[in-house]
Design a protein around this ligand. Structure first.
Ligand SMILES: O=C(O)CCC(=O)C(=O)O
Length: 238
């Protein structure tokens, strides 16, 4: 076990956990280079909180592991899988990964949401590992969470293809935790934890990357697709 019992208890209580720096400096450098190369290709998706075509966006590349060998290897990172194993057990499969890029001064917000409202996965036990390749402060798009919200029902947040903001209660607003982290730190969150990031109003870019893990046998609702066989198995107990 690499996580302490206190860290495990905290994850189950709050629905998220800052694991500290899991990436080595040379690893961060290599990932930055590859991330920049992929973003420079320009075929990223655009996440927005508004139907307004001029609204600020988060640049998103889904499945970096299917287009880049460095990221392909990285999803098997032992340190990350070790912390995931402590929370999820020894059988770990990829659900998907994504790069979420907020350019300096113009990256948009990621509105309040619970991941499983889009994913509709059963069992709802997926865990994400979110990390940045840059030091990140609140005004640059650091992750914000509502502690304990992973124990509340999942709401629907998308309308007409556009991400909708979740209206938080006053109690939830008062409990928000902002997790500012240096480059290479990893934050885990449960697929039902409410989270949000502000637009980037700083001079510094925010290169974030998330790996979403599931247990084998996870299926998606509404006959979207069974994800059980097509995604790589990242770790398995023999
Ligand atoms: O990077 C962001 O701004 C949001 C990331 C997110 O929503 C996620 O990883 O689930």
């Amino acid at each position: 076990m690499v996580l302490s019992q206190e860290q495990i208890d905290s994850f189950h209580l709050k629905g998220f956990l800052n694991c500290g720096k899991l990436l080595e400096d040379d690893e961060i450098e290599i990932l930055r280079e590859e991330y920049d190369k992929e973003m420079a290709i320009g075929d990223y998706g655009k996440l927005t909180g508004s139907a307004d075509p001029d609204s600020l966006i988060v640049k998103q590349i889904m499945q970096m592991c299917e287009r880049n060998m460095v990221f392909r290897k990285f999803i098997y990172n032992e340190k990350i899988l070790d912390v995931i194993q402590d929370l999820m057990g020894p059988n770990i499969q990829l659900f998907h990964d994504q790069a979420l890029y907020k350019s300096a001064n113009d990256g948009g917000a990621t509105l309040w949401h619970q991941d499983n409202s889009y994913w509709k996965c059963h069992p709802a036990s997926l865990i994400s590992c979110w990390m940045t390749l840059d030091d990140v402060v609140e005004d640059q798009g650091a992750m914000q969470y509502v502690p304990g919200s992973h124990l509340t029902p999942v709401r629907h947040h998308r309308s007409g293809g556009v991400l909708q903001d979740t209206i938080l209660t006053d109690e939830q607003k008062a409990s928000i935790e902002v997790v500012e982290v240096p480059a290479g730190h990893c934050i885990l969150h449960h697929c039902q934890t409410l989270h949000f990031t502000k637009p980037n109003i700083t001079e510094n870019q925010r290169r974030a990357f998330a790996i979403h893990f599931m247990t084998p046998g996870t299926i998606q609702d509404e006959n979207i697709l069974s994800v059980s066989y097509k995604q790589p198995m990242l770790r398995m107990k023999h």
